[in-house]
Design a binder for this molecule. Sequence first.
Ligand SMILES: NC(=O)C1=CN([C@@H]2O[C@H](COP(=O)(O)OP(=O)(O)OC[C@H]3O[C@@H](n4cnc5c(N)ncnc54)[C@H](OP(=O)(O)O)[C@@H]3O)[C@@H](O)[C@H]2O)C=CC1
Ligand SMILES: C=C(O[C@H]1[C@H](O)[C@@H](CO)O[C@H](OP(=O)(O)OP(=O)(O)OC[C@H]2O[C@@H](n3ccc(=O)[nH]c3=O)[C@H](O)[C@@H]2O)[C@@H]1NC(C)=O)C(=O)O
Length: 310
Amino acid sequence: MTAATQTALLDSLAATGLPVDTIARRRWADCCSLKAGLGHVVILTPRNATELTQSLSACRSIGVATAILGAGSNAVGSDDDDPAAIIIRLAKNGHFADIAPLGDGRYRVGAAALLGPALAALARLGAGGFAGLSGIPGGIGGAAAMNAGANGQDFGQAVVAMEGIDRRDGTPQVLPCRPDEWSYRHSPRPDWLIVTSVTLSLQPVNPAAEIALIHAERQRRQRVTPPGASAGSVFLNPTPELSAGKLIESAGCKGWSRGAFAVSEQHANWIVNASRQPGSAQDCQTLIDAVKKKVQAVHDLDLHTEWRFF
Ligand SMILES: NC(=O)C1=CN([C@@H]2O[C@H](COP(=O)(O)OP(=O)(O)OC[C@H]3O[C@@H](n4cnc5c(N)ncnc54)[C@H](OP(=O)(O)O)[C@@H]3O)[C@@H](O)[C@H]2O)C=CC1
Ligand SMILES: C=C(O[C@H]1[C@H](O)[C@@H](CO)O[C@H](OP(=O)(O)OP(=O)(O)OC[C@H]2O[C@@H](n3ccc(=O)[nH]c3=O)[C@H](O)[C@@H]2O)[C@@H]1NC(C)=O)C(=O)O
């Protein structure tokens, strides 16, 4: 799809009656924290359930598939102006970032809220227990979709239900979740579900003490995060005992680079874009493939990336 074709796509979307300020064409590198992807993408940013349903229906009516993007902290864009889908990204400045107490230690938190700020807002309401997750970038929707984890805690331990919309037909859905349905970086979210909020079950906490834990975790995280643009760990740890970083370091890949991207000298399971300038998604993929190949050759182990490639 050329730029002209994407412009025609924007016109078709506007013609369906969608509010024009929810329709945009953006460079991929500006939509993901790693700044990877030189192509452009058409993005819809609905602010409420009605606009989300309208957006899905507009995409169906013009025959284009949809994909969902959150904060872009675990995503690699595309170099192509021809992504397979229109991106839906829930607006951060509307209904999808709300936090509502439901009673009995339960809170409904909008999927567009960022995980760290949401945990701080909940702490101020006297609810917590998940301060270990507060340094993680990314949104509540993304955290639910991939079961974000850090410091021995998984987001899924707090989630009792996911609410959302079936992207195939626009119907509202509520998905109750059992603790045993979650595992390391695995969520029970079906791929058709656009998560619009989650219901969390939290412990009562002293707000000041919980905020102190959150600040301490943010400071720890800042100290260990390699400098430059990044997207967290590249690969899943093969087992709890086998760390991908250790395997990549001992395979000799630290410092390997391609284009804007390099395997961090500080932590081998991070790829960083030191320049913070837009970089080629293909370069990033090539570097990842080279690391996987070397680890396979040295350790006879297949690494699997936790990033989402568009
Ligand atoms: N532990 C850590 O230190 C780090 C953890 N992370 C985690 O990575 C995740 C990334 O979050 P975020 O940046 O917002 O996500 P992204 O924008 O990077 O999107 C990644 C994928 O998450 C899914 N997703 C995002 N939002 C929604 C939603 N509302 N409904 C359904 N699926 C959704 C989509 O999966 P699909 O393609 O399957 O539809 C999407 O492709 C979070 O869990 C974040 O906490 C990120 C960096 C570091
Ligand atoms: C950053 C992410 O999550 C992180 C999460 O923040 C942290 C903290 O709990 O624990 C995981 O990292 P990790 O397993 O790399 O944790 P670290 O403590 O940094 O490293 C584990 C071990 O590997 C060793 N290590 C790490 C990097 C390196 O270059 N060399 C090396 O030997 C460390 O010395 C340590 O003994 C999560 N990553 C995965 C893939 O599970 C993410 O998912 O994006």
